[in-house]
Design a protein around this ligand. Structure first.
Ligand SMILES: [Zn+2]
Ligand SMILES: [Zn+2]
Length: 206
């Protein structure tokens, strides 16, 4: 693995499994809604997993999917869909889109789903909550302190002993963009992560 933003942030125990459970739960429930609406018809499916990164270095995942049922109008399907969602414990409400098209919205425990139609293609879609996989990044400890300096060295004037890049504080990213100062190296470019620099004698000095 390359520069380790992921390695430096802490993996939340059980989070990967929790994400997988959320994915299969959403898949199963949307498919059973589709089966209630059009029994025996295999819908076309689209699935997507998106990563979320926070400025503080946390990383989460959200899974979303859509099922498309051809030759199914909204009017013929919405009743069965609403019943299927309600039976599985979702809260449903009828809405209208910005363009005036009706759709059914369903929510439960951070999961969101919707049923709408474009012409005679019914779309049943949903997304899991964001499941946080890696916790907030924690700044590494100081590389050098006045007590740990080697003889003839002083604290790095740039990072003051932290050893990590002062622009990104060792995270590698600034506002979700690769840090321009360290280029993801994350170490202070001046002292290369040691936090200290050799005391130079200045001309005319002692
Ligand atoms: Zn430094
Ligand atoms: Zn940096």
């Amino acid at each position: 693995m390359g520069a380790g933003v992921v390695a430096m942030s802490e993996e939340i125990e059980g989070a990967a499994e929790e994400f997988e459970r959320a994915v299969s739960r959403l898949r199963g429930e949307l498919r059973s809604v589709a089966a209630r609406v059009s029994p025996g018809v295999e819908p076309r499916a689209e699935e997507r997993t998106a990563d979320r990164h926070t400025a503080g270095g946390a990383m989460g995942k959200r899974f979303s999917m859509s099922l498309f049922l051809a030759e199914t109008s909204y009017e013929s399907a919405v009743g069965a869909a609403a019943d299927a969602f309600a039976a599985a414990g979702w809260r449903t409400e009828s809405r209208r889109s910005f363009h005036g098209h009706p759709f059914l919205r369903a929510t439960r425990e951070g999961f969101e789903a919707g049923v709408g139609a474009a012409g005679r293609t019914l779309r049943i879609s949903g997304q899991t909550p964001v499941v946080w996989i890696h916790a907030q990044w924690v700044r590494p400890p100081r590389a050098a302190t006045p007590e740990t300096l080697k003889p003839g060295y002083r604290l790095c004037a740039v990072c003051e002993g932290w050893g990590s890049c002062r622009a990104c504080e060792g995270l590698g990213f600034v506002n979700s963009r690769r840090c321009a100062e360290c280029g993801l190296g994350m170490d202070c470019p001046d002292c290369r992560g040691t936090g200290q620099e050799r005391v130079r004698r200045v001309a005319g000095g002692r």
